[in-house]
Design a binder for this molecule. Sequence first.
Ligand code: SAH
Length: 254
Amino acid sequence: MSGRVAVVGIGPGDPRYLTPEAAEALVGAEALYGYGPYLDRVPTRTGQSRHPSDNREEGARAVAALRHAAQGARVAVVSGGDPGVFAMAAAICEQIETGPESFRALDVVFIPGITAMLAVAAKIGAPLGHDFCAISLSDNLKPWDLVERRLDAAAGAGFVIALYNPVSRARPWQFGNTIERLRRLLPKETPVVFGRAVGRSDETINVVTLAGAEATFADMATLVIVGTRETRLIVRPGQTPLVYTPRAVAEVSA
Ligand code: SAH
């Protein structure tokens, strides 16, 4: 008998951001695997086992979930945001590729969720209105000099840059280094959006200029969007400003 694995994105935090497809997959699962705080956001259901694990144990979590499914169970692996964005979908694929033949026989589905970058952008206007990219500042799985080269290339080519994983306890200096680097390549008035805990009760959204950005403005729950030369701020009386990147650009500006 072969089981099923659903790799489920639960969005950034607001239950209204959970898609009906994701909700259905969570209810239908016999076993839930995921980072503890993400599992805590899923309503409990009798007859369903829960297997929380630590943030940095994605590989081991993927193997445990696949083994459980290979015994015939219906398993859901939960990710915050979208499972395909710096999350469990790739970890599951890695283990299917390198693991036993029984993993390849499994029915595996990937259920998308609203990723942090899109949730933050929607709170402030349209910062991703023109070409953009996403870079994780975590150097756990890649060398830091590769991150630096990608930052330089992205800023130099005029991409809006969404920065995931700006800071963690184990990575205290990387985001400060990033701000300094981008200041060399972009005008000091470039808008920078800090979206923290979006969709949760302690959500904050702040807009500053690149010159005014400080490393202390971000923590583990923050997604940072760095604009381009074209990204604009619309100040409105009595309302929060809008940040947007116009759809058209005349030439590559770097
Ligand atoms: N799969 C997730 C990303 C995991 S990486 C997604 O698609 O959103 C973890 C990083 O995502 C955090 O360091 C932070 O940069 C960002 N993030 C996750 N949830 C967030 C939220 N609610 N608000 C702001 N940023 C968030």
